[in-house]
Design a protein around this ligand. Structure first.
Ligand code: FES
Length: 101
């Protein structure tokens, strides 16, 4: 089992068009550049979460935290705060933002 397991929706019908593949790449880049202990942290592509239109969407386990409308500029903060310090990035929480069209 991984200490943290991050899934990025890259296969659904909307998230890829909203930049999810770039978010996936940026998360991996930010994680590799981060100075925290990255042992046991895994980032995977995922299929649709059935929350289309709110992407790019990511989910982090074991917390089961869902982030929505993530962009590449958010990735460093997710890595440093959530993965590094176990602090949820409240402003990106799914349900905390109005849905996109
Ligand atoms: S395309 Fe990402 S939740 Fe459906």
């Amino acid at each position: 089992m991984f200490k943290k397991h991050i899934f990025v929706c890259t296969e659904g019908k909307t998230c890829p068009n909203q930049g999810s593949k770039e978010v996936l790449a940026e998360l991996r880049q930010a994680l590799s550049a981060d100075s925290h202990d990255n042992e046991g942290i895994r980032i995977n592509k995922a299929g649709c979460f059935s929350q289309c239109g709110n992407g790019p969407m990511i989910v982090i386990y074991p917390e089961g935290v869902w982030y929505c409308q993530v962009n590449t500029g958010d990735c460093k903060e997710i890595v440093e705060e959530h993965l590094g310090k176990n602090k949820i990035v409240e402003r990106l929480l799914y349900g905390s933002k109005p849905a996109q069209a």
